[in-house]
Design a protein around this ligand. Structure first.
Ligand SMILES: Cc1ncc(COP(=O)(O)O)c(C=O)c1O
Length: 443
């Protein structure tokens, strides 16, 4: 009997015993291809020798120093590295231990920025439905996954949600992508006007939506219009790249492909590649300057922020990605993955949409391709696919509630950046078998 409060009580989890490259081996000796990097985390695969060596070296010198007493070379070097490769306006970094903590810090820093500038009336955050920003109370409040927020609603800060970009279902057939982007931009502006532009702190969005909808990309021009609207009202743009960032979509930051720069950006998963828990808030110069010239301190701090071991791991992860030119591999193998998914699922009776960028792809499952009708949520099709995939030694990241938080199923595929074409072929083959087996009962 386990004493852990596992994610699903009563579920029989295999024991992960070791990992090498894109494989995880369980205690019974069964291998699983890690085709989702867990939850888009393991960008270098498992047990990368350079990263484990860097961590051992750090441990040999110092395991921990509290940030109210010291800085460390590992943290300073990582901050320099992140700023050097960030959008131009970013000049400082706050280190935390994961994605939710990064979002909490973003919300609080955004609010403190306006308090210090003498605009304390700004109190609303606008975000998007069908988004995921984490599970802590602030992150849950801005997140747009209704079923997850519902039990905790009385505890959540007031947040307002607008439509996500969801081209597959919500762009009208008579509407060009640019017109769809404009419609969404106008909805955002109408919400800002309803709340009063001077009462809004920030607009928060995932550049490419991950967990809730499965690699849903923005339409061209959308984020440019969002940026213009935020600027016009003096509202901060917070991009959440915890999942889609740090190379996952083929550029270090997903927003590079949108040609926009945020005021604040959260990163985590691929930043440390799973070698240690770490996340960060990338901070625009104007925001930093307002605090530096004002109170002189961000009113926020965690015991484990800028943990030296995690910083050493993340720095080595980023060095290896550059040294081995892995973003070129993300683009090359991403194109191969898109092609193979298209071939296998483009005409599949129960697949409505295949989408994504780089090594970040989603498949939306439907009962009926022509009407886009989703499966009955009671079938828990996403859980069936996960079970069938695990039985075949494949880890992918299926999720339910794709359409509206209750209906719909998708599968997220996010293999490590070191994946090769043969491994992608194996992933697509096993995934095809898993989806066929899961949907066989309704076929
Ligand atoms: C976009 C996004 N933001 C925030 C988070 C929360 O990160 P964490 O689980 O590390 O707290 C996630 C996690 O999946 C995420 O995908």
């Amino acid at each position: 009997m386990t004493h852990i409060l596992h994610r699903q009580i009563g579920h029989d989890y295999p024991v992960a015993a070791s990992g090498q490259g894109i494989l995880i081996r369980d205690a019974n000796g069964k291998d699983y291809i890690d085709a989702s990097g867990g939850a888009a985390v393991s960008c270098l695969g498992h047990s990368h020798p350079d990263v484990t060596a860097a961590m051992k070296a750090q441990l040999g010198n110092l395991e921990y120093a509290h940030t109210s007493f010291f800085t460390t070379q590992a943290a300073e070097d990582l901050a320099d590295d992140l700023v050097a490769h960030a959008p131009d306006c970013i000049d400082h970094v706050l280190f935390v231990s994961g994605g939710s903590e990064a979002i909490e810090a973003a919300l609080k820093l955004a609010r403190q920025y306006f308090v210090e500038r003498g605009e304390p009336e700004r109190k609303y955050v606008i975000a998007r439905r069908q988004s995921y920003h984490g599970v802590t109370l602030g992150a849950l409040a801005v997140g747009g996954r209704e079923w997850q927020r519902k039990p905790f609603k009385p505890l959540l800060i007031e947040t307002h949600h607008v439509s996500p970009v969801y081209e597959y279902r919500e762009r009208r057939t008579d509407e060009a992508p640019r017109d769809y982007a404009e419609r969404l931009a106008q909805e955002l502006e109408a919400k800002i006007n309803e709340l009063g532009g001077r009462n809004v702190i920030a607009f928060v969005a995932e550049t490419v939506v991950g967990a809730t909808m499965g690699a849903v990309c923005p339409v061209p021009g959308y984020f440019k219009r969002v940026r213009e609207i935020c600027d016009r009202h003096g509202i901060l743009l917070i991009l959440d790249e915890v999942m889609c960032g740090m190379g996952r979509t083929g550029t270090l930051h997903a927003c590079e492909q949108e040609d926009v720069t945020p005021d604040l950006m959260t990163i985590a998963k691929g930043m440390g590649g799973g070698f240690a828990p770490i996340g960060a808030l990338l901070i625009g110069e104007e925001i930093f300057a307002a605090i530096a010239d004002g109170s002189g301190a961000f009113q926020h701090g965690h015991t484990y922020m800028a943990h030296p071991l995690a910083c050493a791991a993340a720095l080595e992860v980023q060095r290896v990605i550059r040294r081995d030119d892995l973003l070129a591999n993300v683009r090359r193998q991403g194109a191969h993955l898109a092609r193979r998914l298209g071939e296998r699922f483009g005409n599949h009776a129960f697949v409505g949409d295949v989408r994504g960028r780089g090594l970040f792809h989603g498949i939306e499952l439907v009962l009926d391709r022509s009407t886009k009708e989703p499966f009955d949520p009671k079938l828990k099709m996403h859980a069936r696919v996960k079970r069938e995939a695990m039985a075949r030694g494949l880890m992918v990241y299926p999720m339910g509630g794709t359409v509206d938080g209750a209906r719909g199923d998708h599968v997220l595929i996010a293999p490590p950046f070191i994946v090769d074409a043969g491994e992608i072929d194996a992933i697509v083959e096993r995934l095809g078998e898993a989806i066929d087996a899961a949907t066989a009962a309704v076929a």
